[in-house]
Ligand binder design. Structure first.
Ligand SMILES: [Ca+2]
Ligand SMILES: [Ca+2]
Ligand SMILES: [Ca+2]
Length: 189
């Protein structure tokens, strides 16, 4: 916890914050976004079970105080991370997202689950099976070979491999969804 809080309201201009606030309050007048509203907000409908689990994990990483709702500050922190965060900041966030059980390491099953979910959401065909892809990542970046990826292995390994970095960056489906929403918000002016 904690690192995502570095991305705060300050990183968005006053004008942008105002637009985001309007969008947020229009979609969510109570000021607290539930998981159901979150999915509606991002237009995520008819998800498979694994995609739903992925989005739920994403929701949980945005819900920084774990109260089951995303409030406006958490929403802004999430958006500024997705829209403006640097590579390091994003990788730390991915790590938290992928470490489903919060053990501090990503094991093979967690990675496989995430890759399958991302593929299901994106709906694109891939040459490599999710299993092979997971194994390839572990072969490349599980440096001490203990079958788990530590934060260090993950950060180092991904940053030093252009292909993995590009794949991971593209795979955060939320980015383009948020960009789409962002475009709409700007377009309202
Ligand atoms: Ca919350
Ligand atoms: Ca774990
Ligand atoms: Ca390891």
């Amino acid at each position: 916890m904690g690192n995502t809080q570095g991305a705060s309201l300050e990183e968005l201009s006053a004008c942008e914050s105002h637009q985001w606030y309007r969008k947020f309050m229009t979609e969510c007048p109570s000021g607290l976004l539930t998981f159901y509203e979150f999915k509606k907000f991002f237009g995520l409908r008819n998800l498979s079970d694994s995609s739903n689990a992925y989005v739920q994990t994403m929701f949980a990483t945005f819900d920084m105080n774990d109260d089951g709702f995303i409030d406006f500050m958490e929403y802004v922190a999430a958006l500024s991370l997705v829209l403006k965060g640097g590579v390091q900041q994003k990788l730390r966030w991915y790590f938290k997202l992928y470490d489903v059980d919060g053990s501090g390491c990503i094991d093979r099953e967690e990675l496989l689950l995430i890759i399958k979910s991302i593929r299901a959401i994106n709906g694109v065909d891939h040459e490599m099976s999710a299993e092979d892809f997971t194994n390839m990542i572990f072969d490349k970046i599980d440096i001490n070979g203990d079958g788990e990826l530590s934060l260090e292995e993950f950060m180092e390994g991904i940053q030093n491999d252009e292909m993995l970095l590009a794949t991971l960056t593209e795979s955060l489906d939320l980015t383009h969804i948020v960009h789409k929403i962002h475009g709409e918000v700007i377009g309202q002016n």
